[in-house]
Design a protein around this ligand. Sequence first.
Ligand code: G6P
Length: 369
Amino acid sequence: EQIEKGGYDHFMLKEIFEQPNAIKDTYRGRMLVKEGIIKMAGVDDNIEKFLNANRVIIVACGTSWHAGLVAEYIFEDLARIPVEVEYASEFRYRNPVITNKDVVIAISQSGETADTLAAIKLAKANGAFVFGVCNVVGSSIARETHAGAYTHAGPEIGVASTKAFTTQITLLTLIALKLAKVKGEISNTNYRYHLQELELIPEKVQKALESDEHIKAVASIYKDARNCLYLGRGYNFPVALEGALKLKEISYIHAEGYPAAEMKHGPIALIDENMPIVVIATKKGHYEKVVSNIEEIKARQGKIIGIVTEGDTNVKKLADHVIEVPETLESLSPLLTTIPLQLLSYHIAVMLGKNVDQPRNLAKSVTVE
Ligand code: G6P
């Protein structure tokens, strides 16, 4: 097992550090930057299904559901396709309206999650075209769907999902860009720019990983917190949810993710000097509004950990700590802002002596209801 961990203390840490390569493996061969081409057999062969769809319904559970939420932003923003993101467990029992004009995208690392599999069967029975985004090759979901694409993240052993998440987002971004291009919804310049920036993401993730020691120091300050709030807006709202989930899963600290603007409708009541609040406040994407949320937190003595764009000075003045990530397009920023949140949870859990790779009560894949 030590050999499999490749010199890392835990699989989770190894998998966090594998992300630059995993993301590259996801787009390799599919994204031809110079030519400006995205090719993916599962999408290309069924392009009419996607183009004629009234809407896309994404079904997933856990971290994969969060990747679905990020995809909702990018599909709607770039490709102008309406998207609904559903917990597979709710979808399957809700008597949902599904038609043969719907495209269902099922996202699953393991490809074995029982609720997601059941949601797929229901969608198929109602005539929808079902596309799978899986990591495990030959898994049940990969076989049950009409078509699909693999993330190629490599085996993920840590129960708390890390590289599966960023590679799912990468893959879904490729699909959204492809559809945006074919539909003529995106300008050629913007399309090219996205491809170039996506190609740079692995090295920017690498840069984000270099903050590891700093993040560890921040973790040591907040490891004894009883609660933690995560705030983000737009593309980074799902990242706030995912950050909170990571902390809960492995450190057992209660954490909640919230859209920053919703803070005033509830969570603000929780804020006092004992509440650490992780705020994703990267440039672009409602930056000024998030900065004013930070001011509101500060006025209530909350402890602020800001996830900021390299070189940021505004948030630095207000926050107790800042963790920098490189600059990129807002639509690609979740691939970077996720990294410090993974490391923060990891270090807190290790410091608390928790079983990081196999947290209590959780399973890597949930094959029963
Ligand atoms: C379990 C795992 C999570 C995962 C979820 C969905 O709860 O612990 O890490 O996100 O299942 O799994 P899937 O394999 O369908 O992505």
